[in-house]
Design a protein around this ligand. Structure first.
Ligand code: CA
Length: 229
């Protein structure tokens, strides 16, 4: 499994429920991080930068609602989708009333199929290529389902690393990525790769994108990193 598969953080204090959720998410091809309480969840959000958080309402110490409120008030975590899980429909009404900023709410017991559909719906907004969407940037088309890339009418040949790099760029055109951020996203946090490696693969990606002509869509931002467009 590649490092750019979306990382889902499961925050649930009941071990059996936590494992069932994690198992189903992994079966769908997601990477999973697990937290058993709110404090651990806040720590893991900082350390692992998950793409989505499944957050139980009833947690020891810091409640799910408080965790959600804190995440949604911090600029660096505000955009991470949060799906709240709660045991009763009345709780969901209360979550809505509290305006915690949660992106979606699911009542337990939930259907796994429905929950996975909701997870995908959130990720289609934030990690479209990773959940199989088709992305376009100018004349470049990337199909997240078939992993094909074309420019104009020409299919392009990309290595797996260059493909993941392009996914990252095309999911957020214009965003400047530092080498460290690209390393985390494309190679994974646990793998030690020199930041020069990023430059090498950016070079290959540029070459592949311009193989049949056209201008270089990748921008080197001096002292910062790289951006698409
Ligand atoms: Ca609970």
């Amino acid at each position: 499994m590649s490092a750019d598969q979306p990382l889902v953080l499961v925050v649930e204090d009941e071990p059996a429920q936590r494992e069932i959720l994690s198992y189903n998410l992994e079966a769908e091809g997601f990477r999973v991080a697990r937290a058993g309480d709110g404090e651990q969840a806040l720590l893991l959000v900082r350390e692992e930068a998950p793409d989505l958080i499944l957050l139980d309402w009833m947690l020891p110490h810091v409640s799910g609602i408080e965790v959600c409120r804190r995440l949604k008030t911090r600029p660096e975590t505000r955009a991470v989708p949060v799906i709240m899980l709660s045991a009763r429909a009345e709780e969901v009404d209360r979550v809505r009333g509290l305006e915690t900023g949660a992106d979606d709410y699911v009542v337990k017991p939930y259907s796994v199929i429905e929950l996975m559909a909701r997870v995908r719906a959130q990720l289609r907004r934030t990690r479209p290529a990773a959940v199989g969407e088709r992305l376009e940037f100018r004349d470049i088309v990337l199909d997240g389902e078939t992993h094909r890339v074309s420019r104009g009418a020409q299919p392009l040949k990309l290595g797996p690393t260059e493909f993941r790099l392009l996914c990252t760029f095309m999911e957020k055109p214009g965003r400047v990525w530092t080498r460290a951020q690209l390393l985390d996203r494309v190679w994974g946090r646990d793998i030690h790769v020199d930041s020069r490696t990023v430059d090498v693969h950016i070079g290959r990606l540029r070459k592949a994108l311009c193989a049949h002509g056209g201008e270089d869509p990748l921008r080197t931002v001096r002292g910062a990193g790289y951006a698409l467009g």
